[in-house]
Design a binder for this molecule. Sequence first.
Ligand SMILES: [Zn+2]
Length: 102
Amino acid sequence: MMKTEEGESFLACVTFAAPSVILDTDKLPPEPSRTQCPQCQQFVVTETSTSISSVTWLVCVMTALLGCVAGCCLIPFCSNKFKSITHRCPKCRTSIATLKKL
Ligand SMILES: [Zn+2]
């Protein structure tokens, strides 16, 4: 990424290409984001990992019980709404924030 002052003013206009640093970990989106690691104080792009929660299984079972075809059963696994997302620091592996859905 560009690090010059000129580069930053340019990138500020292109928010999609270079998302701003999010210091409030409660406001992290469910995708990798720029933030400051509370552990090593580095500005990093977080690594996200999703974990399928028990709610996902519950939704899956309920969908199956309602008589949907097998395809419907897989929908919850494709949707981040039913997953919890963990942001990790790529440098020190600290878990910075966990987003829980539902
Ligand atoms: Zn760190």
